[in-house]
Write a protein that binds this ligand. Sequence first.
Ligand code: 1OR
Length: 377
Amino acid sequence: MESDSDSDSDDEDDEALEDPSPLLSMPANYMRGRRTSVSAESMVPSHQNYVKTVISKTPEQRKRIEVSIASNFLFKNLDEDQHEDVVNAMAEKRFRNRENVIEQGAVGDYFYVVETGSLDVFVAKNGNPAEKVFEYGPGGSFGELALMYNGPRAATVTATSDIVLWALDRITFRRILMENTSRKRRMYEAFLETVPLLVSLEPYERHKIADALESVYFDDGQPVVRQGDQGDNFFIIESGEATVTKYNEKGEEFPMPGLGPGQYFGELALLNDMPRAATIKAQGRLKCATLGKRAFVRLLGPVVEIIKRNSVNYQTIEEQIQQHQQQLVPVSSAPPSSNASPASTSPALASASPTPILSSASPIHAPAPPQVQLNHV
Ligand code: 1OR
């Protein structure tokens, strides 16, 4: 557990910024080290104990900041004053292709948001040469770890084109963005570790997913996704149960195995740009962690192959379903949803499935028989 008590600093932020140590758990593999010094351009006294950083900007620069942070989750839940303080404090920084913005081992001074261009992240471990582990594009952000944990930079971040960044000083980051960030990471950390799909990820990759997740709640019987609708979100069940229903071309309804905590759904529509292939409803109170499409693509990249592999199982399932076609018994013939059409159904799930051949332990849309299910994460 980190605290500022190892610091002999008399920096002004230390009085104002009680380190929320109980809130922070050190990410795995993260080296501790000396804290950095503080840097800020112009400081305006505030009504509180700290001073605010204000760097004057043109309206055009402000607009560019707004665009850059619009899709970044760390800025999402700020109130108006916090938002204003963050925009005021940001400094425009430009780097040329191949320049290092951050060097592993250095002290942390700024947190960065990418306006334009791209960057690669390299980590050198145990004396081995640095390996590329990640990349950033517009809207991405980095450099939070050293500021959150008062440690050395955990990675080298290098421009792979000429870039424009917005830099937020350490004090403002800690005062406004850190609490939210660490609370979310803490909130989802234990849960994400239990999601089979995500076990192969690095802890830091799960942290980034936590930053982007939002919890959504559904009441008993409430639909989460409707077959035939366009899909914009991916869901992981945090708690509760969900029913899965598949409709055939005639609008006949077939129940599929339900879903429980740790299982995911909604991936097919995002992967394949297809309409939703089934209807999922809450069975009792349901809590899901959800990711938007962009975050899904960006953050689940490392497990997309696993997701695709799981979804290939649908082919096998469909073949089995076709063999069992005669035995299918629809439970009703309600239309799936207003804009659903048979033609818009995912080919992988175009047929309804007889429940007995489906495993209830499989993720939705991958209700594979046991031998196929072994492919799952
Ligand atoms: P920082 O302040 O330590 C370097 O400065 C930044 O690179 C770091 O904050 C993160 O924002 C960013 N491990 C550590 N830092 C990473 C990683 C990373 N990826 C991006 N950064 N990874 C784990 C490698 C074993 C990569 C995970 C995908």
